[in-house]
Design a protein around this ligand. Structure first.
Ligand code: MN
Length: 492
């Protein structure tokens, strides 16, 4: 992400003379450098140009489209920039845009202010003219308002850059599927062609034999080295080293396959493991820890979403994992969700050093798989899922508070999380079920609701929030209204 570039493009016109334009360039460079130097800035922000004519604007937009390193542009109208000049450029721009509504001067120079100052510092109306044309063109863009040195403004820009860089990544994302969806499951299905049109995801299926071939080529020496790494990073809580070696072999082969094909995410299914001795468990957890997305039971939507959310969160505190609402604690006044999966939870959310253990798996009919077992950290988080409603993709996000797990649970051989869903258990689960939310989600403690919503806006998919303000009556109305809105849009 740190190599992605955002161009700072500043609008003006020739009405005020060369001297004013020189000032505009000097100020614009200073602002771009300030944004770029901000400690939380995840990418590169570069002053590109001031643009003063329709041709210049069109040229910059064409260049931005063609430059692979450019993930988006940040625009600002230092002076007035008649917005008809922007139409041709904005109509072809296919990169994300942030409209920064700022002003070079922080305070009015009360005793010195004259009409030259007014003409130079007129973003107050220059940016409104620009805002109109974006709205008139129905452009998805982000508006950030405030002085460019204010911390909240810099934070908002940095946060949006993560989203725009992730959207850029989304358009190049590749998912490898080993086997199909688990038979008869509905929510993990969806329209892969539409996902590629809408989100840019290339979802490709492979026979498990394609993977098994590579697994069988892994050398004993490679396995020895990887097991040494396991011993350093995790607690080995078993004597069944052969089972761990089997997962090491799968990890090496899977990573080789993914690297070779340029894949960012993958799926497995326990119904199709011919030639593999174990369901990939530890191997999947390790690859998620390295940043790969994963979806269980053929769930390519969640595999892709996990990859993108991990990408968006890189360098931030917290963790991001594939997750499933598994079972409940329904004590009065203390209702909790216990989240886990058969094996595949990412150690980026672990409280302590994970323990590698080997236990039988009730389903799938394979050898006992090695897996990492741990409890997750406490703190605020978000559960996010993505469903295909037939006429559109819907992203649903629910705020949660991750809790300390109060008991040992010695017989539960998987990594787990315990949380309180907002606004409360009953409202959260009711809303989630009305919205058609899946049992698979991505749990993140690194990202904000705003970032997820900004991503949905960029990708033009529906976004549904469940948080401390959710009221069920309003929520049900929102869902009904939303159905009408998306039908009127007439596109998926
Ligand atoms: Mn599952």
């Amino acid at each position: 992400m740190k190599n992605k570039v955002f161009w700072f493009v500043v609008g003006s016109q020739h009405l005020y003379g060369e001297e004013t334009l020189k000032q505009v360039i000097i100020h614009s460079k200073e602002i771009a450098e300030h944004i770029n130097a901000y400690q939380e800035n995840p990418c590169i922000v570069k002053f590109k140009d001031i643009v003063t004519t329709p041709d210049e604007i069109l040229r910059v937009c064409k260049e931005a489209n063609q430059d692979e390193s450019v993930a988006g542009i940040i625009t600002w109208m230092h002076t007035f920039s008649p917005a008809k000049m922007w139409i041709k450029g904005l109509k072809i721009l296919n990169k994300s845009m942030l409209h920064l509504h700022t002003q070079y001067n922080q305070e009015l120079p009360w005793d010195k202010i004259d009409m030259d100052f007014m003409n130079l510092n007129q973003s107050a109306h220059g940016d409104r003219e620009f805002g109109f044309i974006n709205t008139r063109l129905r452009l998805n863009r982000k508006v950030v308002v405030g002085h460019w040195k204010d911390e909240d403004v810099l934070k908002e820009i940095a946060s949006w850059e993560r989203v725009a860089a992730t959207y850029d990544k989304s358009r190049k994302l590749k998912v490898a599927r080993f086997g199909d969806n688990m038979r008869q499951v509905a929510v993990t299905e969806g329209d892969k062609v539409e996902a590629e049109i809408k989100l840019g995801w290339s979802i490709n299926g492979y026979g498990i034999g394609d993977l098994v071939k590579i697994v069988n080529q892994v050398s004993e020496k490679e396995i020895d080295n990887l097991v040494l790494e396991y011993k350093e990073k995790y607690i080995i809580n078993t004597t069944k080293i052969e089972s761990i070696r089997e997962q090491a072999k799968i990890e090496i082969a899977l990573e080789r396959f993914l690297k070779c094909g340029g894949f960012n995410a993958f799926t497995t299914t326990f119904e199709d493991l011919h030639g593999l001795n174990q369901l990939p468990g530890l191997a999947v957890q390790r690859l998620m820890e390295k940043g790969y997305g994963f979806g269980a039971e053929g769930d390519w939507k969640l595999g892709a979403l996990t990859a993108l959310m991990k990408y968006m969160a890189q360098g931030l505190d917290g963790g991001t994992s594939f997750m499933e609402d598994y079972t409940y604690h329904l004590e009065k006044g203390n209702k909790r969700v216990l989240g886990a999966h058969m094996l595949e939870v990412c150690p980026s959310i672990a409280l302590d050093k994970p323990r590698i253990e080997v236990h039988p798996l009730g389903i799938g009919g394979k050898d006992d798989p090695a897996r990492m077992v741990f409890n997750s950290k406490e703190g605020q988080g978000i559960m996010v899922t993505l469903v295909d409603l037939g006429d559109r993709f819907r992203m649903i996000a629910n705020k949660i508070n991750l809790k300390r797990i109060p008991e040992k649970m010695p017989n539960l051989p998987v990594a787990r999380s315990l949380w309180e869903a907002l606004p409360d258990f009953k409202t959260s689960a009711t809303a989630w079920i009305y919205a058609g939310g899946a049992h698979h989600s991505v749990l993140t403690t690194s990202l904000s609701m705003r970032q997820l919503q900004d991503f949905a806006i960029m990708a033009d998919i529906e976004f549904i929030t469940i948080d401390e303000n959710t009221d069920l009556n309003q929520f049900e109305n929102e869902l009904r209204m939303s159905d009408v809105i998306w039908k009127l849009k007439g596109i998926k």
